[in-house]
Write a protein that binds this ligand. Structure first.
Ligand code: FNR
Length: 380
């Protein structure tokens, strides 16, 4: 077992008289802020519009409380989950986050190392700073997140590459067919893609490279502009999803669903899983908190559908609340990015180990022996 039980993690820290790492999401964020330049920090920490939805995501967790159950006998616990054939030792995965090179030079490769060391799966982004093949060479490939670029041949090529590299599912992000209106980045005049960050899937793609007069190594600026021009795809509709099925036999999840009717539609179309998410409040400001949407989506698709969620998960109790309210597992976003900023692969690993430790210990203290036991009775 790559992850220690929560009380062991806790005792290690006490016996060592502390830890060099921050403890708790707020502390990690503060240390990341110190470590990063202003604009890259804002790119990660910021959201769309007034950032109302970003705050709502956090508040939705604070509005709900756990109802611990006593004297259950929790000496043995099972924190693991299995989702569409993907095993995780804890009910969280690492969310697809692009342009990680702006917070640490090792970017996705560092996250892949932390993922391999802990067994917690990493969903690799289409907007990564490392090619999907290079990430797959470090850890067993897990899931691949797809941005369906405006250029369909390019999207197809990406999907076929992911399947060939051994990824186990395609997570199609449907809430970002164009970047949201993000005042911090607009104010800073900062868009990392313009500097060629986060475009490695493009730069290593034969279909994309064939369209260029000069390779991305020879002329990075033009290649970056071409990639940016291919990004926006606001015309994508439900009718297009059939094409994705022609490109791959892998399971497909839709990430960014916030309504029961959309979830039902996806379910009826044979989509294998839903990720309830508002992209961490980075797309539609004023939209519903993801945790509130989770309840509606789970009710709409029933108990057997695969439903994950992200946006606002900061603590172990957040994970437990989301699972109790119907998520098969959640995705951890900004917190591990702050770990990367603070300490590279080791920082990400420390974030994961702390969260897993807190989760296991809290399950023990709340009378939960396995993830499957978590139901709505645990939340009020
Ligand atoms: C993201 N997210 C994201 N999602 C995705 O599908 N593909 C991507 O490339 C990215 N890139 C990205 C960059 C940065 C800097 C952030 C913060 C987020 C969204 C991510 O997967 C997840 O939905 C959010 O991070 C969840 O919100 P919290 O919990 O991090 O606030």
């Amino acid at each position: 077992m790559p992850l220690d039980p929560g009380n062991v993690v806790q005792n290690q820290i006490y016996l060592s008289r502390g830890t060099p790492w921050p403890v708790g999401a707020a502390d990690w964020e503060a240390r990341a802020k110190e470590a990063l330049e202003h604009a890259p920090f804002d790119y990660v920490a910021g959201g769309a519009g007034t950032e109302e939805t970003m705050r709502a995501n956090l508040e939705a967790f604070r509005r709900r409380n756990l109802r611990p159950r006593m004297l259950v006998g929790t000496a043995e616990r099972d924190t693991s989950v299995e989702v569409l054939g993907l095993h995780s030792p804890v009910p969280f995965l690492l969310a697809p986050v692009g342009v990680l090179s702006i917070v640490h030079p090792d970017a996705e490769l560092a996250v892949a190392r932390a993922s391999k060391a802990t067994g917690v799966p990493f969903v690799v982004s289409s907007a990564a700073s490392s090619s999907l093949e290079d990430v797959a060479a470090i850890e067993p490939p897990r899931w691949f997140q797809l941005y369906w670029w405006g250029d369909p041949e390019l999207a197809e090529s990406l999907v076929r590459r992911a399947e060939a590299a051994g990824y186990g599912a395609i997570v199609l992000t449907v809430d970002t067919l164009n970047l949201g209106w993000r005042p911090r980045d607009l104010g800073n005049g900062y868009l990392p893609f313009l500097d060629g960050e986060g475009l490695e899937q493009f730069f290593t793609d034969p279909v994309f490279v064939e369209r260029l007069e000069k390779t991305p190594t020879e002329d990075r600026a033009t290649a970056s502009l071409m990639a940016l021009a291919a990004f926006s795809n606001l015309g994508l509709t439900w009718d297009d999803l059939g094409r994705l099925r022609e490109w791959t036999s892998l399971p497909v999840l839709l990430k960014g669903i916030l309504r029961g009717d959309d979830a039902t539609r996806a379910h009826e179309l044979g989509i294998d899983g839903i990720v309830v998410s508002n992209h961490g409040g980075r797309q539609v400001d004023g939209s519903i908190a993801a945790l509130d949407a989770l309840v509606e989506v789970r009710d709409a698709v029933g108990p057997d559908a695969v439903v994950l969620m992200d946006s606002g998960v900061r603590t172990a109790t957040d994970v437990l609340k989301a699972v109790a309210l119907g998520a098969n597992a959640v995705l951890l976003g900004r917190p591990y990015v702050y770990g990367l900023a603070v300490g590279g692969a080791e920082g990400v690993e420390a974030v994961i180990r702390q969260l897993a430790g807190e989760l296991d210990l809290t399950m023990a203290l709340a009378g939960v022996r396995s993830v499957a036991e978590l139901d709505r009775s645990f939340v009020v």
